[in-house]
Design a protein around this ligand. Structure first.
Ligand SMILES: [Zn+2]
Ligand SMILES: [Zn+2]
Length: 809
């Protein structure tokens, strides 16, 4: 830990400003203002949180502002992580202070924001009724209460400063400390000694009965089912029928004790893989890609490698793509390593996350498991970084700091001299390309544990079912028969369709228009359970009884399908079966996923219908049949990764079958049985898929053979957004033409309107910049951004940068 006696320090401020700043360090603060500590500093007219990075540049003649306060007695991140933050800021074109803010657990930022209040002169002026209507309205609001930053965004700046100049209002700065505290959720249960319900209205009685049946349940779970639930509950609470209480959001996974396990015997393949990684541990940076078929026992390899690193006194970071998967991974790691395991994810309260963070920082926890943001876990002695399901696009953060946690994990391993171990049954093209280029070493697990066979995959051509009516259109005779046989044997089935809702293409029978979102350039999806049309992009919704959004006619045909429609069909075909659905609509709360997984494990569910949530590495030992309702949904996306995503999704879902002691079968329904992504998924032949796909990427010059940076423009006004996009395009072309190096290596695609041209009222344009050489590409974009330092072009059009974009929609 470096301590600076006096002089200056380098500080990154927690704001959207580029670069770092030098502050003078008063002698009294010097002992605690060490790298990794937070400080309070003046910035412009405000006081903001800053992060100490190290000694500052030697003071020049001009006056340097002093540090006002040191906010921590101990650093809140290790100095060893500063190079990672600097790398991420530079590579992802994001302000350094904002990168650190993203990395830290929430609730640690002290920010100052403006607050306006009315003065006595302002009150007198308001009473005298002499002001123009708009100014009077502002004063009237302020006469009732003080207003914060919101006011500045609603009222023109000139009017506010004019009112301020005339002495009618006063602007002050309010310091808001970010309080990291536990998240409480409101629950409801019957009140002890609740009165008889004879006097209740039918609605309230139904609600009371629902509470009685559940015992205890979160208020939001009830509120999601019907309107006005909250007020009805308040009334029931008032009349002494129910009581509402608070409970912490986080519960232990499964709420069960975890029984310590002993390491099982490894297969010869697992043994070889562990030995391969073991040789590299403690000898500097090395990257491995563990390519292992579904069910081949990758988790056991992770556990062994983690144990070896820990035995050598080093720490272990484990990334998984989704919160739902943490449960399973956490269970395995806790069973082996007990309470040395920390878990970091958004399901924890801010207080709990901060607690986990501090224990990692203090060296009390040697293993951390988490999603994306856990790549920033504050270890200073990393031995190995494990990225499970490395192909999963959930590792890419959209919005804010657009980072890839998988790529950052490799950079972090490199900077720490650690081993990076990326695992998948369907590696990303990027990672496998790195194997072929010699950047990563490949490790393989070619067979399932205990020599279980891979499931047999049968393809059904959906074109044959096109003219059928009813469920026969999407539940083929083959699938129907296989379901009947599976259920007859008392086994479980999984049906996969990567689209939620009931009908995703509701069409007016009078005018033929699709029901469209008011704010997006996209059609609405009908959700039958909620009896509503919903936009999956912005959340806009219309009641299920709504008339055509184009002509007002009332007859809407429910074309297109989603998991709800499949569920209804299965319930009709197999009324005896216990059917459950797992998609974003049925798993809004952490407990929901656990309940479904538990139901499957304990065989309280016969048929599970789900979206891609069910593909992500869950281990369902009782499932012997997997039905893929329509394999083609992701093929038609206007994205060069459509084939790769389809292959990964289908192989992963097929791999859910037959993971217990009984063999599995897969029925894959498709309109494109001869498409190579689908054929390769049927045989789970990754290499065949890779060879064909990489040839296509080479021919068209797409990643991984080139690098991409996408510039996105969005604005509320269609014309100015278009104009700014075209102007920026012109700027790029001029910059390219002016430099021989750029002209040779840089390719500019666009500006074009985004495939979804409007989302949430924002018109969207994009420019794709491509180059085989990463360094030149970054130099080019850095020059472009230097001309647009605030992330905007003119006329309120926002400019966002996405380095290595995953989604081109
Ligand atoms: Zn929308
Ligand atoms: Zn119509």
């Amino acid at each position: 830990m470096s301590r600076f006696v006096r002089g200056t320090i380098e500080v990154a401020v927690a704001m959207a400003v580029r670069g770092t700043y030098t502050y003078a360090l008063p002698e009294a603060l010097a002992p605690i203002a060490v790298a990794g500590a937070r400080v309070l500093v003046s910035f412009g007219r405000r006081r903001v949180t800053g992060y100490v990075l190290g000694p500052g540049a030697p003071p020049e003649q001009k006056e340097i502002k002093p540090v006002l306060e040191v906010l921590d007695d101990e650093p809140i991140f290790p100095a060893a992580m500063i190079p990672l933050f600097r790398w991420a800021a530079d590579y992802y074109k994001h302000p350094l202070g904002a990168v650190i803010q993203t990395a830290l657990p929430g609730g640690l930022t002290v920010a100052e924001s403006p607050e306006w209040r009315i003065t006595d002169a302002g009150r007198a002026e308001l009473d005298a009724d002499r002001l123009p209507a708009q100014e009077a309205r502002v004063l009237a609001i302020l006469a009732r209460k003080r207003v914060g930053a919101r006011l500045g965004s609603k009222v023109p700046r000139e009017m506010l400063s004019s009112l301020e100049r005339r002495g009618f209002i006063l602007r002050t700065q309010k310091l808001q400390t970010g309080g990291a505290k536990a998240l409480q959720v409101r629950w409801v249960r019957l009140a002890p000694g609740a009165p008889a319900d004879s006097s209740l209205t039918p609605k309230r009685r139904a609600l009371r009965d629902a509470v009685a049946a559940a015992g205890e349940l979160p208020v939001h779970a009830l509120a999601a089912q019907a309107p006005h639930v909250r007020s009805q509950l308040r009334a029931l609470e008032g009349s002494g029928h129910v009581e509402i209480f608070e409970r912490r959001l986080y519960r232990d996974p499964f709420g069960e004790a975890i029984i310590p396990d002993a390491a099982p015997m490894l297969t010869a393949d697992q043994e070889a893989v562990v030995a391969g990684v073991c040789d590299a541990l403690g000898r500097g940076f090395r990257s491995f890609l563990l390519n292992g078929v579904t069910g081949s026992g990758k988790t056991e390899v992770y556990l062994r490698v983690a144990a070896l690193a820990m035995a050598a006194g080093q720490s272990v970071l484990v990334l998984v793509p989704e919160i739902a998967l943490i449960t399973q991974t956490e269970r395995c790691f806790r069973a082996r390593f007990g309470d040395q395991v920390a878990v970091l994810h958004s399901g924890l309260s801010a207080g709990e996350r901060f607690d986990q963070w501090t224990r990692i920082l203090n060296g009390q926890m040697r293993v951390a498991i988490g999603v994306r943001s856990a790549v920033f876990a504050p270890f200073s002695d990393l031995g190995v970084v494990i990225v499970d399901e490395e192909h999963d696009s959930s590792y890419k953060q959209e919005g804010g700091l657009h980072y890839s946690a998988r790529d950052l994990a490799v950079v972090r391993a490199q900077q720490s001299g650690a081993v990076a171990l990326l695992g998948s049954a369907t590696p990303s093209l990027q990672s496998y390309y790195n194997v072929r280029c010699g950047k990563y070493s490949e490790l393989t697990l070619p067979g399932r544990i205990e020599a279980r066979p891979l499931p047999e995959v049968r393809t059904v051509d959906l074109r044959r079912c096109r003219d059928l009516r009813g469920p026969g259109r999407f539940i083929s005779a083959e699938l129907n028969r296989a379901l009947a046989e599976t259920l007859g044997r008392g086994e479980q089935a999984l049906l996969f369709l990567n689209r939620r809702g009931f009908a995703n293409f509701p069409v007016c029978s009078a005018c033929g228009s699709a029901m469209r979102c008011r704010h997006c350039d996209i059609s609405l999806t009908l959700h039958q359970a909620a009896n509503a049309y919903r936009c999956h992009y912005c959340g806009f919704s219309l009641p299920g009884t709504a008339a055509c959004t184009a002509c007002g006619a009332g007859q809407i045909k429910r074309l297109g399908m989603g998991t709800e429609k499949v569920e209804a069909a299965i319930r009709a075909l197999f009324p005896e079966a216990r059917v459950a659905r797992m998609d974003r609509d049925t798993t809004r709360h952490r407990g929901d996923i656990l309940r479904l997984l538990k139901g499957l494990r304990e065989h309280a569910i016969d048929v599970l219908i789900g979206t891609q949530m069910v593909t992500q590495g869950h281990d369902f030992p009782g499932i012997t049949l997997v039905g893929i309702i329509c394999a083609d949904l992701s093929l038609s996306f206007p994205d060069f990764r459509a084939g790769e995503r389809t292959f990964q999704l289908l192989s992963q879902v097929a791999g859910r079958a037959g993971r217990g002691d009984r063999p599995g079968q897969v029925i894959l329904q498709t309109y494109n049985p001869e498409h190579f992504s689908i054929r390769a998924a049927c045989t789970q032949d990754f290499t065949a898929f890779y060879e064909q796909e990489i040839a296509f990427r080479k021919a068209l010059g797409y990643p991984p053979v080139t690098r991409l940076i996408q510039l996105r423009l969005s604005g509320r006004d269609a014309r100015s957004t278009r104009q700014q996009a075209l102007a920026l395009g012109g700027e790029l072309q001029a910059l390219r033409a002016a430099d021989a190096g750029f002209a040779e290596s840089i390719q500019i695609l666009g500006p074009i309107e985004a495939p979804v041209a409007r989302i949430a009222g924002q018109f969207r344009w994009q420019i794709l910049i491509k180059s085989p050489q990463s360094a030149i590409l970054h130099r080019f974009v850095d020059q472009v951004l230097a001309a647009h330092p605030h992330g905007t072009t003119r006329q309120r059009v926002r400019l966002a940068v996405d380095v290595d974009p995953m989604f081109l929609m």
